[in-house]
Design a protein around this ligand. Structure first.
Ligand code: PMP
Length: 406
């Protein structure tokens, strides 16, 4: 791949060979879902054709193989994010379920009047679960504002803490602005005030090296489908003492130690939080996705995406009327924009006709849109397989769209 030294990975993604409306697909919707390499899909195939049997429930060979592969995935995830143990890795359906788990279960330990700090740039997945908790338990939500270039206003952040602050829940990287938040500083600040820090890593995990131990995070969560992995799987990392004192989130098989109609005792971690049959097929394939990322190296991926971001942003800014939302230094490769007062939907539709996949709308961040005074944006987001040629074609398409829309 020219202009993409060492990243000869496009061949692993057959979908990138597709044509859309007769044009070469340029996939720039990676913040929503990354594409999946052949290796990951091969693991899914192998799970179905060779190892499929329900986990943890059989003495037969297939069940033990499937269980071994699921638990190997847990060890792989633990190692990937620096978790001290595997029992702190809980498999969920995704980031959304992981946040709901924390809000529901850790939320049971909160009392009326306790405060949870969120930020203006959160995804709905990190807002609504806390609002549901607020309705159930009368907790109070406080919101950190953002600055003009899309960073957290850290002075305002500090001023929101009170003796009632119990939780701070913040995205590591904004899915709209691309801002990389200073989460170590935020976690330390939360701890100084006796609060726990929940970090939504959905937009970070495939782009930034995460070390939950070094960060001292209390909870860190992410989705597999945004890290070249299969859909339907997410991860909740939690601090052991917290997970141990939290009540179960859902009840059912697998999460119990003993059940009678009088009294049920629960399984040890992590199974206490994994009721029912897990998506062991896709969990096993997450191992392959992590190996894929590690094989290339997160540092190299980050460098490549940064190069594409700089290159594309500079060219975009030459287009008359271009408005980019989120210009924080060192941001991630997510570009939200509008051209003049044109509707984001029209821009997205025209780009699609030219083979370019971008996201349009509020990006599940309506409170952020309100703060920005807009209804939505067009969002282009990059991944390891994107190239400078694609960025050139994207810019050419944007110029065409801009002149078509006048
Ligand atoms: N948080 C952020 C920052 C996200 O970008 C997303 C996905 N757009 C989510 C949470 C929710 O992830 P999922 O839909 O995979 O649960």
């Amino acid at each position: 791949m020219s202009n993409n030294p060492g990243f000869d990975c496009r061949k692993d993604f057959p979908i990138l060979e597709r044509k859309i409306h007769g044009k070469e697909l340029i996939y720039l919707d990676n913040a929503a879902s990354t594409q999946t390499p052949r290796q990951v899909v091969d693991t899914i195939g192998a799970m179905y054709f060779t190892h499929k049997a329900n986990v943890h429930r059989g003495v037969h060979t297939l069940s033990m193989e499937a269980t071994g592969l699921q638990e190997a995935a847990r060890a792989k995830v633990a190692d990937f994010i620096g978790s001290p143990t595997t029992e702190q890795i809980i498999f969920t359906r995704g980031t959304t379920e992981a946040i709901n788990l924390v809000a529901s279960s850790y939320g049971e330990l909160l009392n009326e009047g306790d405060e949870v700090i969120l930020t203006q740039m959160e995804h709905h997945a990190n807002i609504v679960p806390w609002q549901l908790l607020s309705q159930r338990r009368g907790i109070v939500i406080k919101v950190v504002p953002i600055t003009a270039n899309g960073q957290l206003d850290m002075d305002a952040f500090k001023s929101l803490f009170s003796p009632r602050t119990k939780v701070v829940s913040v995205c590591h990287v904004s899915n709209v602005l691309g801002t990389i938040n200073p989460i170590k500083e935020i976690i330390d600040m939360a701890h100084r005030h006796g609060a726990v820090a929940v970090i939504d890593g959905a937009q970070a995990i495939a782009h930034i090296k995460v070390d939950v131990k070094a960060l001292d995070a209390d909870f860190y969560l992410f989705s597999s489908h945004k890290m070249y992995g299969p859909c339907g799987v997410g991860v909740l990392y939690g601090r052991k003492e917290l997970l141990e004192k939290m009540p179960p989130y859902q009840g059912g098989g697998e999460m119990i130690s003993h059940v009678s109609f009088e009294r049920t005792t629960y399984a040890d971690l992590p199974y206490k939080f994994e009721a029912g049959t897990p998506d062991y097929v896709d969990i096993a394939a997450l191992t392959t996705a992590i190996d894929y990322i590690s094989g290339i190296g997160l540092d190299r991926i980050a460098q490549h995406e940064h190069d594409l971001l700089q290159y594309t942003t500079e060219k975009m800014l030459q287009i008359p009327g271009m408005r980019i939302f989120g210009t924080a230094p060192g941001k991630s490769a997510v570009i939200s924009f509008l051209i003049g007062n044109e509707h984001h939907y029209d821009i997205g539709l025209l780009l699609d006709k030219l083979g370019i996949a971008v996201r349009t709308g509020h990006h599940c961040a309506q409170p952020l849109m309100q703060a920005l005074g807009i209804e939505g944006t067009v969002r282009a987001s990059m991944a390891v397989y994107n190239t400078r040629e694609e960025c050139d074609n994207f810019i050419a398409a944007l110029n065409r769209v801009a002149s078509m829309l006048g």
